[in-house]
Design a protein around this ligand. Structure first.
Ligand SMILES: Cc1ncc(COP(=O)(O)O)c(C=O)c1O
Length: 379
């Protein structure tokens, strides 16, 4: 489908192509100096002590949960209005996901009071997800976590450069996980990053990323090591040099990308909020300023059929999506004794995600606003 306004898009230019070409031409393609430079630059960007590059955001979540000690018999609390990666990671460490509710229609992040209600003696970690680039209510969640000695893992896939009370997402928990999937604010194609202030956690993450081996092929290539030991059963979740080269360029652009996204989100708000029964969540202006604006989400009026609105927009060449079908409703994760999540149940069928990326032109933004209003007006 040739969309007039795609949901997301990447800008390809000479600087990116040159960076990728130089990485390929270097002849060293697996993890090496560019990955290390990307890690150092990303740690610097977040103001964190350590950044560990990995193959994707899902791998980051898997390793973070292992590194904070989640395993068989443990429970992990996370929002249901979320991408499924975190729930799958919980499953893969042998723990049980316990889903919690959102704050409400104006705040689609996890509700600290419901996080508290979801905790049990078996809770080992809380995975917060900064929905759409808006930071969770971290002070309250931290208080709840500390009271139960639960670790906090940030799923910051939507939130590079977002802040909470002046502090960057990625520095608000014990470990944070970023994704560089092609539609993200910092797109590489595939790629991820773990960030932590904890030296011991960082060492564990580095070991787990590469088979539990004490040295890397790159260390041996440079003559810095001759052999290796294996001290834990790890994975191959490494990033490679061409991706790190692209990541370094994209990192240098992410603040500008976020600013342009913020301007587009403001225009969507002006054009859509409180019109024809529509609302846009996260109305607070301080939160708007602090967000990375990964998603532009509207809440359709009750009784308006979302699929029909999406079909109208598709006919106009405008791509939309849904973030997210709640995880606790998927066949694998639904349970007969599930916790009631009434606010998630109420908002999820009404959520509609509109196109948002830095390269979106003003006339495309206006086309989306006009298209949404017309589609909603049809009822
Ligand atoms: C909230 C969230 N968490 C985790 C992920 C997983 O990241 P990746 O696709 O890089 O594995 C994504 C991205 O798709 C996401 O949106």
């Amino acid at each position: 489908m040739n969309w007039k306004v795609p949901l997301a898009d990447v800008a390809v230019d000479d600087e990116l192509l040159t960076a990728a070409r130089e990485a390929l031409a270097s002849g060293w393609w697996s993890m090496g100096p560019r990955v290390q430079a990307f890690e150092e630059a990303f740690a610097d960007f977040c103001g964190a002590s350590h950044a560990v590059a990995v193959a994707n955001g899902s791998a980051a979540l898997h390793l973070a949960l292992l590194a904070v000690g989640c395993g068989k018999g443990d429970e992990v609390v996370l929002p249901s209005l979320n991408f499924v990666a975190a729930a799958n990671a919980v499953h893969h460490v042998g723990a049980t996901p316990v889903f919690c509710d959102v704050v409400g229609p104006d705040d689609l992040t996890m509700d600290p009071a419901d996080v508290e209600a979801a905790l049990s003696d078996a809770t080992r970690a809380i995975v917060v997800m900064h929905y759409g680039g808006f930071a969770c209510r971290m002070d309250e969640i931290r208080e709840v976590a500390d009271g139960h000695r639960a670790a906090i893992v940030e799923d910051a896939a939507h939130a590079p450069g977002a802040t909470y009370k002046g502090r960057l997402c990625g520095t608000l928990g014990d470990a944070a996980c970023f994704s560089f999937f092609a539609n993200k604010n910092l797109p590489v194609g595939e790629g991820g990053m773990l960030v932590t202030a904890d030296d011991e956690l960082a060492s564990r993450l580095r070991l787990l990323r590469s088979h539990g081996m004490t040295t890397l092929t790159w260390d041996r290539q440079r003559g810095h090591a001759a052999g290796y030991d294996v001290v834990t059963p790890g994975f191959n979740y490494r990033l490679d040099e061409p991706r790190a080269a692209i990541g370094l360029v994209q990192l240098s652009r992410v603040r500008e990308e976020n600013d342009r996204r913020r301007a587009i989100a403001s225009r969507y708000r002006e054009g859509l909020h409180d019109r024809k029964g529509l609302t846009m969540p996260f109305g607070d202006s301080a939160r708007h300023e602090a967000s990375a604006h990964h998603l532009a989400v509207v809440l359709l009026p009750r009784g308006v059929e979302r699929d029909r609105v999406r079909e109208d927009l598709q006919r106009a060449g405008i791509q939309t999506s849904v973030h997210y079908p709640p995880i606790h409703r998927f066949s694998y994760y639904s349970r007969s004794d599930e916790r009631p999540l009434p606010r998630t149940g109420e908002v999820a069928p009404r959520l509609l995600t509109l196109p948002l990326y830095g390269g979106l032109e003003d006339d495309q933004v206006e086309a989306v606003i006009g298209g949404v209003l017309a589609a909603v007006e049809r009822g």
